[in-house]
Design a protein around this ligand. Structure first.
Ligand code: ARG
Length: 479
């Protein structure tokens, strides 16, 4: 048989024979060939797609049968063989062979041993180019659902904690300096919103990823009159691809996923940065569960927030994976190029990061204990309600800029006295403005300050509860 008619197995046998062929001589040739075989293999990465590959082949075989390319008998042999292979893989019995390059050829070659001639018909009209693109999209679609569920889980932990602390005082920060009092529940619900955008970006990515390339062949389509729309439906795709050249070349769906995970990574990193700061002795706002911390080999007193640190650090990988895939794709001509095989490394690494991080974060938030006393105490520092006094003067008719300047002077005065502004007495305050009355003394207490921030989305306990209720409705509508 001419080379172009040989099966994958026969071709591999040739490659293999080169490796061992004595007439090709010396050790050097031998080891170069072996090296190239393992250099070009993607098996270590893509065997993670075995499920998608098998389902894809099952439905493809069905389409071939319906188009009368293979017989019902062929189809049932293929189906049976693929089921056995799935069981073997899942029980660890399957013998993966690196020299068969990838998951697709490993499964096809095993199928040939089980289903003989029928198996040799499975690849009719199909190329690994449309096959790998289909498999990968299925992986991406499944992963989007997994990550979305995990995001909801973290959000669930957040909402439960926020509810408990919806009216507990906490100093709010800008520039990491004390700014204005907020409630701890309010701060937690800010995390909820960040994750909500990640959730919605994932749903959006899903829409575009859900396009089935199968039937595109190597790049030009196929001549077997397969019902692609029905095939797409059976594989749970929303629609079929429009252009076969684009279908096998496109990795936008992976780029979008990695970009979405990178932004999620930014959020996870920022959240963990706060957990780290808050659990330091100086802040002492929270205590992380011991099971997510480690000690030091030299300092007996240490309890380090390692899981949080690695979640902060690991997010760097999500960004470099996105950059890696962007750079990988940017110069490639259409259609398929082997370079694209490298995509899986980036994708799987980001998926590993996001899935395990979210799982852990949900538990850490649930398990952390909150030092409401210390947070409240810190609201008595840094003249944290100075803006409140300015607002008070505005309501009494002063222009805000003037009120701002005036309160600035009061702060300077209090600093000189080594006092907080709420420790000054009415007489002292009145020296700066006649407008200040007794009721101002109450307004500049942090408890009172938060109650007055009653704008929608603001920090008043009432508004925080409103956010929490909205969140609860959202989460339950996802179930
Ligand atoms: N292992 C390859 C990949 O992941 C499969 C496609 C190979 N196609 C080809 N024409 N060599 O991209």
């Amino acid at each position: 048989t001419p080379v172009f008619k040989k099966t994958g197995n026969q071709l591999m046998a040739i490659k293999k024979s080169k490796i061992t062929n004595p007439s090709w001589g010396g050790r050097f040739e031998d080891s170069v060939n072996k090296l190239a075989v393992s250099y070009t293999s993607s098996l270590d990465q893509d065997k993670r797609m075995y499920q998608e590959d098998i389902v894809g082949s099952m439905k493809y075989a069905q389409a071939l049968k319906e188009a009368r390319v293979i017989t019902a008998n062929d189809y049932s042999k293929i189906l049976k063989g693929l089921k056995t292979i799935q069981r073997e893989i899942e029980s660890g019995k399957f013998e993966w062979k690196e020299q068969l390059e990838d998951v697709h050829m490993n499964i096809e070659s095993a199928l040939q041993r089980k289903a003989g001639n029928a198996a040799k018909k499975l690849h009719t009209g199909r190329s690994r180019n449309d096959q790998v693109s289909t498999d990968l999209r299925l992986v991406v679609l499944k992963s989007i659902d997994e990550i979305s569920n995990l995001i909801s889980k973290v959000q669930g932990s957040i909402v439960a904690k926020a509810k408990k602390h919806h009216s507990d005082l906490m100093p709010g920060f800008t520039h990491l300096q004390l700014a204005q009092p907020v409630t701890f529940g309010h701060h937690l619900m800010a995390w909820y919103e960040m994750l909500n955008r990640d959730f919605s970006r994932l749903q959006d990515t899903k829409k575009r990823a859900s396009s089935m390339p199968l039937g595109s062949g190597a790049l030009s389509g196929n001549r077997y009159k397969l019902d692609r729309k029905l095939l797409a439906k059976r594989l749970s795709f929303d629609r079929i691809s429009n252009n076969s050249i684009d279908a096998v070349s496109d990795r936008d769906f992976s780029l979008e996923l990695l970009s979405t995970i990178s932004i999620l990574g930014v959020h996870l990193s920022r959240i963990n940065e706060e957990l780290i700061i808050w659990s330091s002795s100086q802040f002492n706002y929270i205590d992380l569960p011991e099971e997510f911390c480690t000690g030091s080999s030299i300092m007996p007193q240490k309890k380090n927030p390692d899981v949080s640190e690695l979640m902060r650090g690991g997010s760097a990988r999500t960004m470099s994976n996105l950059m890696g895939l962007l750079v990988l794709m940017k110069g490639l001509p259409l259609a398929y190029n082997r370079d694209m095989q490298e995509d899986k490394r980036f994708i799987f690494d980001s998926l590993d990061y996001s899935n395990s991080s979210l799982e852990l974060l949900a538990l850490m938030i649930k398990g952390m204990s909150v030092n409401t006393k210390k947070m409240k105490q810190d609201c008595e520092l840094g003249h944290i309600t100075a803006t409140e006094l300015a607002d008070y003067l505005v309501l009494k008719g002063l222009a805000f800029r003037k009120a701002h300047e005036l309160v600035g002077k009061i702060v300077a005065h209090a600093d000189k006295q080594k006092k907080q502004i709420f420790e000054l007495n009415l007489k002292e305050l009145k020296k700066y403005s006649k407008l200040i009355e007794k009721d101002a003394m109450n307004l500049i207490k942090p408890e009172e300050a938060i109650r007055n921030k009653d704008s929608i989305g603001g920090t008043s306990p009432k508004q925080v509860l409103r956010q929490i209720n909205k969140a609860k409705r959202e989460l339950s509508s996802r179930r």
